[in-house]
Design a protein around this ligand. Structure first.
Ligand SMILES: Cc1cc2nc3c(=O)[nH]c(=O)nc-3n(C[C@H](O)[C@H](O)[C@H](O)COP(=O)(O)O)c2cc1C
Length: 191
């Protein structure tokens, strides 16, 4: 088992939570310490894709840790140097916009700010219907920002949702390993 401590932050792209939980299973099989984090929207919103209680339960079962779901619980990630890598999966268009703009008003953006304060790697696995429209500039901004790494992504349904981008969540473990070496997994753009 690997010793690096992983923070695993989940945002409100509810339709991708199943795929993300499958990827998380692989991460917990390889890393001893995985700390679950959720945005307020993921923590308290029930949708047609499932309930928030079920999501929180499954995150706690998979990781063996309580879910961190408010700003004060993730703030110590900075001063106490609690993580070696922070994963944001799924990362919504909303959270990407806030990270690009330096806005820190959610649990996930606070976790990122705290971890980046220590110069640690942040791995982004995006899922956003406006990735090639309103969100494109935010993705571009983060692509050139130090310490950000992207799980390779592409268009998931170019006919019905031409602006939608989604990461290949199966590549999450490989992207984390590369990020811990200070490398971006390539190719970053999928067809
Ligand atoms: C059923 C449902 C599915 C959603 N799917 C997505 C998605 O795939 N990607 C996305 O960027 N936002 C999606 N959203 C919108 C986000 O939940 C919303 O922007 C929210 O403010 C995100 O907050 P967070 O980034 O703090 O988690 C969805 C919302 C709902 C209700």
């Amino acid at each position: 088992m690997r010793k690096e401590r992983v923070g695993f932050a989940v945002c409100g792209s509810f339709c991708t939570h199943e795929a993300v939980l499958r990827a998380l299973e692989k991460v917990t099989a390889s890393y001893e310490t995985v700390i679950p984090i959720v945005s307020e929207n993921a923590a308290f919103t029930d949708t047609r894709f499932g309930t928030s209680d079920d999501l929180l339960e499954r995150l706690e079962e998979l990781t063996g840790h309580d879910v961190l779901c408010d700003i004060p619980s993730v703030e110590p990630i900075g001063p106490k140097k609690l993580l070696d890598v922070l994963v944001i999966a799924p990362a919504t268009g909303n959270t990407l916009a806030k990270l690009a703009a330096g806005i820190t008003d959610t649990t996930v953006t606070m976790a990122a700010k705290a971890h980046l304060r220590n110069g640690g790697p942040v791995v982004i696995a995006m899922a956003s219907n406006d990735g090639l429209s309103a969100g494109a500039k935010n993705i571009g901004e983060l692509l050139v920002r130090k310490n950000y790494y992207f799980v390779p992504f592409g268009q998931d349904d170019f006919r019905k949702k031409p602006c939608s981008l989604v990461a290949d969540f199966q590549l999450l473990p490989e992207t984390i390993e590369a990020a811990l070496r200070g490398e971006q997994l390539q190719p970053i753009l999928l067809r």
